[in-house]
Design a protein. Structure first.
Length: 288
């Protein structure tokens, strides 16, 4: 079984049927198989051999457009236990962490494997080592990645352990932490990264963001951390009626990026002008 592919649809491919309301149904094709819904059935043999984008019709006459699912479709429909890193965030991680073909990447917190899939697509012949402490998430990640590519990628090593228990020797280009307390693993990130290598931390709350940012600064081992969140808003367009959608994909998590400095090199910290209220508070304290 696999989701990644091109050309004519074949047995073992994951396909996605979309009806006139935009509702999508995903399943794997198999010889002699049959897909059922409340709107009738379709024999898999009617889909096998078709080009993507073809129209198929159920026994009740309902028409569907058939495609292979895109990465974001697969990620949002695959089985998961841990909360996934959503496509809008994984796309930003790939770009802002500057993942490149041939890169060696260390990932802590594989979860359901969503980010692992994106990383493997981006690094090409590079290597990804993913750590996942919880056994049930470990198995889920392994299954989801295998079902996407059709096999377990040879350049991917999934480890059922805490990343803090690993031994590293400064040969990774990028480190990505999707974990509850990334500040507890900063020593690991420093040991694993090459000088100039990028550390990305994905956290859910402002408390976590503040704690990991301050831990990075106080370590004096990394560059000035930068952080942000991504907000994705869809738009409605029907003729001249063009407006933003009433709902949007807003906060899912915070992304923080920093880079490893060479041993013995002190970071140059940003000097920011304090806010008016903060400056007045300092003057009042000095007067007292």
């Amino acid at each position: 079984m696999k989701s990644l592919g091109s050309g004519k649809l074949a047995s073992g491919d994951r396909v996605q049927l979309t009806d006139h309301k935009g509702k999508m149904y995903s399943f794997y094709l198999q010889e002699g198989g049959q897909w059922h819904s409340h709107k009738g059935w379709i024999n898999h043999s009617e889909i096998i051999g078709l080009d993507e984008g073809s129209t198929v019709e159920s026994s009740s006459g309902t028409k569907y457009q058939v495609m292979r699912p895109l990465l974001n479709d697969y990620v949002l429909s695959m089985p998961r236990g841990a909360t996934i890193i959503y496509p809008k965030d994984s796309a930003i991680i790939i770009g802002f962490a500057d993942l490149f073909p041939g890169a060696r990447v260390l990932e802590a917190g594989a979860g359901s494997g969503a980010l692992s899939i994106s990383i493997l697509r981006a690094i090409g012949t590079g290597q990804l080592v993913s750590y996942e402490e919880r056994a049930e998430f470990f198995e889920n990640a392994r299954s989801n990645v295998r079902n996407y590519f059709g096999h377990a990628p040879e350049n991917w090593r999934l480890v059922n352990s805490r990343v803090q228990d690993g031994v590293f020797d400064g040969d990774f280009d990028r480190v990505i932490f999707d974990m509850l307390a990334p500040w507890d693993a900063l020593d690991v990130a420093y040991q694993a990264l090459k000088p100039g290598g990028v550390l990305c931390c994905y956290v859910a709350t402002t408390t976590q963001l503040s704690k990991v940012a301050e831990a990075i600064k106080s370590s004096l081992r990394f560059s000035e951390p930068e952080s942000f969140e991504t907000l994705l808003r869809g738009w409605h367009h029907e003729g001249l009626a063009v407006r933003p959608m009433h709902s949007m994909n807003a906060h899912t998590g915070f992304l923080l990026f920093t880079r490893k400095l060479p041993e013995g090199t002190a970071p140059i910290r940003r000097k920011r002008r304090p806010s008016k209220g903060y400056a007045e508070q300092d003057l009042n304290q000095e007067a007292e």
